[in-house]
Design a protein around this ligand. Structure first.
Ligand code: UN1
Length: 501
């Protein structure tokens, strides 16, 4: 019997008002149904918002160090459940167990960071220009934050948004991606067990075009955080702009690794295999372009195809697997279409470029698998060089020197992550300055951001906000400025100051 899951609204696990459900299936075996989840409607969201308002009234008045203690407990529970959640996540999302363990760990790190922030959440006290007067700022909670999250980091990305939002004293409404509702369910269970007042979190499952849209359009939700496609982000941005909402967007990437002639090629090889084919290329930070110095181009390509050809494809729960399936049929279709486009544009398929063959009745038969693919002869400006594919496809481009590599890196509409392999310290610093991305790695691949540093991109990847680290706390709180004049007289700023040069 397939288990039927519920929303968490107004302090209770409840069935959707629509009576409608969708199925959550294992991408490595589409016959494996994980459960049925609510396909909610606007009424469910309406109830969630009414309840979140009550949650906010209570939580925003709870001292921040106490809010931090709840998040401390959340982190501890995640530590205890790390393996159980990782297994459930691999079953519904597909990536290998080491990676889903890492995903949970990122949530743990985010929880413990948030817990300590409860005893900081710094404001400032600065001198006033007038005597007997204090001037200062502090952070206030904002209200209800609507969180719309993607499938590729089913736990980590929700925690990047939720934990800082909660620490700052907001209530949250969580709309997880339809592909990973079970991990979302497990996360909300942890929050409740940790002692979060129940009306402070609401979990509303369903479609982005219904629940996500209603959340973005609702006037009582002043804060929206979205991770997903640039197209959806643009339409959310238009609505939030009109409604004067605070919005954080994390969207596409077309991240490049640059390997110079003086690089440690073995190190770069390990890096590109992990950056391009880890998570089956389904990270916003995935290495989807490899820019090779012309002097090492042929040699490195040979090393790359030899190793990438040996990567073991399979279900993520299998300990021997290195690359899991794609998330669903459309994702695989999209990858296949881009490989066709690449061929038409004159690139060559040096490796992969197809659905695994000859596996009738085998372990790849019923999953959305696609072979790790290397495209060579890719020229700047080709569609596979410019557009996000979100799959195990690496486009290889030749460059004559670092200057050209930086230019090629920068000549895309996205700007999330970049990576340079070199032993030349001068070149490395030049690249750190000139690469137009929110994150740059030197001698490490484009993936692997740590939870306590700011994360985000420039150009069409983002809208200027950062997740992670200390900066995200600015996004989830409102700065209030306070002046206290204890002089007993009217002191006019700029006019009654004692000294005017
Ligand atoms: C994403 O790709 O959507 O830096 C997030 C990384 C991970 C997070 C990626 N820590 O690759």
């Amino acid at each position: 019997m397939t288990e039927t899951f519920k929303n968490f609204i107004a302090g209770d696990w409840v069935a959707p008002s629509t009576g409608d459900y969708f199925e959550d299936r294992n991408p490595a075996d589409w016959n494996d149904v994980i459960g049925r989840f609510p396909r909610s409607g606007p009424d469910d969201l309406q109830r969630a918002i009414a309840s979140a308002k009550r949650g906010f009234a209570q939580w925003s008045k709870t001292p921040a160090p106490i809010r931090g203690q709840v998040l401390q407990r959340v982190g501890q529970l995640l530590v205890e459940r790390k393996d159980v959640i990782a297994r459930a996540m691999t079953r519904e999302m597909g990536k290998v167990l080491a990676e889903t363990g890492g995903d949970v760990q990122e949530g743990i790190d985010t929880a413990f960071y948030a817990a300590t922030e409860g005893r900081r959440l710094f404001g400032r006290v600065v001198p006033s220009e007038l005597r007997n007067k204090w001037a200062m700022s502090y952070r206030r909670p904002i209200g209800i934050a609507g969180l719309i999250t993607p499938f590729n980091f089913p736990l980590a990305i929700p925690t990047w948004k939720m934990f800082p939002a909660l620490l700052c004293g907001n209530a949250v409404i969580f709309k997880p991606a339809e592909d990973v509702p079970h991990t979302a369910h497990l996360l909300v269970e942890v929050l409740l067990e940790a002692g979060l007042p129940p009306e402070v979190v609401q979990l509303v499952h369903g479609q982005g075009s219904v629940v996500g849209r209603a959340l973005v359009e609702h006037p009582d939700v002043p804060v929206i955080s979205f991770t997903g496609s640039t197209e959806t982000g643009a339409s959310i941005g238009a609505t939030c702009g009109k409604m004067h909402k605070r919005l954080s967007l994390e969207m596409g990437g077309k991240n490049a690794m640059m390997v110079m002639e003086d690089a440690d090629l073995d190190l770069a090889l390990d890096g590109v295999l992990w950056g391009a084919f880890g998570t089956t290329g389904q990270r916003c930070t995935a290495t989807s372009r490899l820019i090779l110095h012309e002097k090492i181009h042929d040699k490195f390509l040979q090393m790359l195809t030899a190793r990438a050809g040996k990567l073991r494809l399979g279900p993520g729960l299998d300990a021997k697997t290195e690359v899991g399936p794609l998330i669903h049929e459309e994702a695989r279709q999209k990858v296949a279409e881009y490989v066709d486009i690449a061929k038409k544009e004159g690139a060559s398929v040096a490796l992969g470029g197809r659905i695994p063959q000859g596996d009738k009745g085998g372990r790849l038969e019923c999953g959305w698998f696609y072979e790790p693919t290397v495209l060579t002869g890719v020229k700047p400006g080709m569609r596979v060089e410019q557009e996000e594919i979100f799959g195990p496809v690496l486009a290889v481009i030749k460059a004559k020197d670092l200057t050209e590599a930086i230019r090629v890196n920068n000549d895309v509409k996205y700007g999330l992550s970049s990576s340079l392999y070199t032993r030349d310290v001068n070149g490395a610093f030049r690249a750190m300055t000139d690469l137009d991305t929110g994150i740059t790695y030197v001698n490490a691949p484009t993936i692997g951001a740590e939870a306590h540093l700011p994360f985000g991109g420039v150009k069409q990847t983002g809208n200027g906000h950062r997740e992670g680290g200390w900066e995200v706390y600015d996004f989830y709180s409102e700065t209030k400025t306070i002046y206290v004049d204890y002089s007993g007289t009217l002191q006019r700023a700029q006019i009654d100051t004692e000294f005017s040069p």
